[in-house]
Design a protein around this ligand. Structure first.
Ligand code: ACO
Length: 376
């Protein structure tokens, strides 16, 4: 059999050109459509970043206002999908979100239309509905009535309102908005790649987004933030952090919230969430678990020489925790943000499509004699 050069995990393989984002994993740089993540984190909003990703440029005031209206007026979940959410409310929130999105395809008037205009309309609906689905499910499973969306609130504030039933303060709204900006797009990460693979078959946007959701769930990708808080709880006290981490490393285990396929220096997004977690923690009386996080980071310092640094999810879980958000909602919140990037990449894929179909090198036996069932 032919010898071939394998690329396990497709590591280091360029799939296509993109304008979605640029990542320099050595310098720790991230640009969305050419704009530095640090500027967007400081100056922008999730609504504006989503517009930027889908249309490839920053909106004018009027364009942003209209886009914002489109998001605010598309939050309602069809009764049929509400019934599905209620039926499966005891499932993991990520399974519920994925199933609800799949079901939404059946109610979408543009379902079979893959044109740019229809994809933007569907994208706005899905982006608006994601937080509504997550918050509605979170309440239903607690036996609480869902909260209707409030069109006077922006995307981030409305999510917290639908989740907790109270209008959030400005700090909490800004924390969610910042988190959504930072997670919105990140090149050919596993979930965006999965969305692209689905789109490359000319499957529709709901199918591509469902593939993205399915892929984001894993602990090596979106599930890491949930894993970080589980780690903090398992460590229990600051003095236990170093021995606990050392034990994990000695057992060859990965510490959640560290390492990245592309970044070999600190993930540029982590800085904003570290600062935010520290500030929010101080405002609320810096809990012991925050000290545990800093001790874990110190205990992981020796791995920096191997290129293992903190990634975006190490502190995002801390921020959600401070906002009183249950840990199993951390991945769905990642999805609430990353849908912006999935749609950006699906639009790119449709615009210049080429079926994504790599090869597998056959490494099994050949010409085995077939033995009839009765003789085995
Ligand atoms: N803890 C301890 N050691 C690690 C970690 C970690 N978190 N990450 C990587 N390493 C080690 C590996 O064991 C490997 O060691 P070796 O050379 O002695 O075998 C070396 O560093 C290189 O790592 P790879 O496994 O080759 O890195 P890869 O690119 O395959 O994996 C990944 C990247 C999956 C993110 C990995 O770092 C990991 O499992 N991290 C923890 C999960 C996590 O935080 N995921 C979130 C990623 S960011 C995001 O999705 C938003």
């Amino acid at each position: 059999m032919d010898q071939v050069e394998l690329h396990p995990g497709l590591r280091g393989i360029y799939l296509d050109n993109t304008r979605s984002s640029f990542i320099d994993g050595t310098a720790g740089t991230l640009l969305y459509q050419g704009y530095n993540i640090h500027d967007l984190a400081r100056e922008s909003t999730f609504e504006e970043v989503t517009y930027l990703l889908w249309f490839g440029r920053l909106p004018t005031m009027a364009e942003l206002r209209q886009f914002d209206v489109d998001l605010r007026t598309n939050r309602a979940i069809p009764p049929g999908v509400m019934a599905v959410i209620d039926l499966i409310k005891n499932g993991h929130p990520m399974d519920v979100l994925r199933t609800a999105v799949s079901a939404l395809a059946a109610f979408d008037p543009d379902a079979g239309d893959n044109s740019f205009e229809a994809s933007i309309r569907k994208g706005a609906r899905l982006t608006a509905q994601f937080p509504a689905i997550v918050a509605t499910h979170a309440r239903l499973r607690q036996g609480k009535a869902p909260v209707a969306p409030d069109p006077l609130l922006n995307h981030a504030a409305n999510f917290l309102y639908m989740l907790h039933g109270q209008k959030p303060d400005a700090t909490s709204t800004r924390a969610v908005d910042l988190d959504l900006i930072l997670h919105a797009e990140h090149g050919s990460n596993a979930s965006s790649f999965a969305a692209r693979v689905a789109a490359s078959t000319l499957a529709d946007l709901h199918a591509a987004v469902t593939a993205g959701l399915a892929t984001l769930k894993g602990p090596l990708h979106g599930g890491a933030a949930e894993g970080v808080m589980a780690l903090v709880h398992a460590i229990g006290s600051p003095e236990n952090a170093e021995p606990y981490v050392k034990r994990l490393l000695a057992e060859g285990k990965h510490v959640m919230g560290f390492g990245h396929r592309v970044y070999k220096t600190e993930d540029p997004r982590a800085r904003h969430l570290r600062d935010l977690a520290r500030k929010m923690g101080e405002d609320r009386g810096l809990p012991a678990w925050y000290t545990i996080l800093t001790r874990v980071e110190e205990a992981m310092a020796p791995l920096r020489q191997k290129g293992i640094h903190v990634n975006v999810d190490f502190y995002s879980g801390a921020v959600y925790y401070l906002l009183g958000i249950p840990e199993d909602l951390f991945v769905p919140i990642f999805a609430i943000s990353r849908i912006a990037g999935w749609i950006c990449q699906v639009l790119e894929q449709y615009a210049n499509n080429n079926l994504i179909r790599p090869l597998l090198h056959y490494a099994g036996p050949v010409d085995l004699p077939y033995v009839p069932l009765k003789d085995r």
